[in-house]
Design a protein around this ligand. Structure first.
Ligand code: GLU
Length: 479
């Protein structure tokens, strides 16, 4: 019988979870959904020096926000828990004892000074560091703190595996170091705990970042020492910045929760992440996928082996597409926490009317204050100097507009007819007049449609702002 698919997302809580990190979670999630399998969340927290307690919460919050909740190891619990490695120490202890008894692990008391010297010597010789097996060759029982090292065998001479993404990969066994499996504090290392757990949790497919490829021969040697079957390995391509260097903050990459806090929508982020190393195949022009479509389309065969490039503009574009596709009520809900402080007392309907005007231009919800502040408070600065029109002419336009609009009904048609009529009478291009009026009432040179904006602002605010602007221009003209 074919083994049921079980995959895992196994982050180390050493800092905030970034987009590259959660991409692994998404691919595991998609693969588990596609194959009717299960996704396990396992917290790999055995590196106590690098452990960041809040990181565990952040990981869970990030997964929940993106709707990538695991079947096991999350709040749902599951049959192989607990899922934090620090709570599974007895398991690794028993597993290590077995390998000690079988001669695969041996104690090593070498001091860190000695190991540093060996490392420096290797560096000077331009060779990779390999522990010289001093403690294997001089068995002793000194007691006290020591590590357990894995005795890398001579056979097989080559460790190879058929990676589901990268194809056939191989490493020479003799180049492998007798790596540490259990540290002197009694905690297992990543390599050791990872294998013991993947076996114990019956993981069938290991989908993880490419940076773990060099660890995989160690893992395979451990599987072989135990006589366990190895899972399928699928190493996901690196994610690089646009300059092809390792992705970092410099490329605009942020933690998952920062994207949430800036008002990116989960579905846009999911679509973006899916594109970081997966594509539907040549000829597919589809850019936007529902979660279900993505699940159906996903396959490991279509995960690319070459690096993926992180393009923040694409994320903004995708987010804009999702923002524009939201019904106004849903957009209003999503925007609840993003309004400028000056909107605190504004009525829900007014805010919705404002949203309808800016929906088209919003790339992420944290832009809301900048784009909408003038709807709730009179603009502080009026950048007339950014227009081609000189202040004296601008003042004339405003005076005329004020007179015209005082007499007009506030309907779209009448506002438009009034201002167009004025432009004609003043013998200026409508655009020039509208530009001056726009700055006067919004404090910006680019804003939503002028007449729509005037209608949402209302007669009183529009006339007041025109007067203020005219008076300010009059001051400028005097001085
Ligand atoms: N704990 C590793 C990490 O920090 C995961 C390695 C794996 O998936 O095997 O990403």
């Amino acid at each position: 019988m074919k083994q049921p698919v079980r995959v895992r997302f196994a982050p180390s809580p050493t800092g905030s979870l970034h987009l590259g990190g959660i991409r692994s979670a998404l691919f595991n999630w998609l693969y588990s959904r596609k194959s009717g399998g299960r996704l396990v969340l396992r917290i790999e927290d055995t590196d106590r020096e690098r452990y960041v307690p809040e990181a565990v919460n952040q990981i869970q919050e990030s997964l929940a926000w993106l709707g990538l909740e695991p079947d096991e190891g999350g709040k749902a619990g599951g049959q192989f828990g607990p899922y934090a490695q620090s709570e599974r120490l007895p398991l690794y202890k028993t597993a290590a004892e077995k390998l000690v008894a079988d001669g695969w692990l041996y104690p090593c008391w070498c001091s860190s000074e000695r190991l540093t010297q060996l490392r420096q010597a290797a560096q000077a010789n331009h060779t990779a560091f390999k522990y010289d097996r001093y403690c294997l060759k001089h068995p002793q029982d000194k007691g006290g703190p020591h590590v357990l090292r894995f005795k890398v065998p001579d056979e097989p001479a080559t460790v190879r595996w058929d990676d589901a993404v990268k194809g056939m990969l191989e490493f020479q066994t003799k180049e492998q170091d007798d790596f540490v499996a259990v540290k002197s504090d009694g905690y297992p290392t990543y390599n050791f705990a990872n294998v013991v757990d993947d076996h114990a949790m019956q993981i069938s497919h290991v989908l993880r970042a490419e940076e773990f490829i060099p660890s995989t021969p160690k893992h395979i040697l451990l599987y072989q020492a135990y006589g366990w079957e190895t899972p399928v390995f699928a190493h996901l391509p690196q994610v690089l910045g646009s300059d092809k260097s390792k992705l970092s903050k410099r490329h605009g990459a942020k933690s998952v929760l920062e994207y949430r806090d800036e008002g990116y929508l989960p579905e846009a982020v999911i679509n973006f992440l899916a594109g970081l190393g997966w594509n539907a195949g040549e000829g597919s022009t589809k850019e936007i996928y529902t979660r279900e479509e993505l699940t159906n389309a996903f396959s490991l065969e279509r995960v690319q082996s070459s690096p993926a490039v992180f393009d923040p503009e694409r994320l903004n574009w995708l987010n804009g597409v999702y923002i524009r596709s939201l019904p106004l009520d849903r957009l209003a809900e999503a925007c609840a926490g993003f309004w400028p402080a000056v909107a605190a007392k504004a009525k829900a309907d007014h805010k919705k009317a404002v949203l309808a005007l800016v929906q088209e231009r919003l790339k992420y919800l944290a832009e809301l204050p900048e784009l909408t502040r003038f709807f709730f408070t009179d603009p502080a600065s009026l950048p007339f100097d950014q227009l081609k029109t000189d202040p004296a002419a601008a003042k004339t336009y405003l005076q005329a507009s004020l007179e015209g609009l005082e007499a007009a009904n506030f309907t779209h048609a009448e506002l438009e007819a009034t201002l167009r009529g004025l432009a004609e009478r003043l013998e200026v291009k409508p655009g020039a007049l509208f530009g001056v009026v726009r700055v006067a009432i919004t404090g910006q040179t680019a804003a939503p449609g002028l007449f729509e904006t005037m209608l949402v602002l209302g007669r009183e605010a529009v006339l007041r702002r025109l007067k203020t602007a005219r008076d300010r221009l009059a001051e400028t003209a005097k001085s």
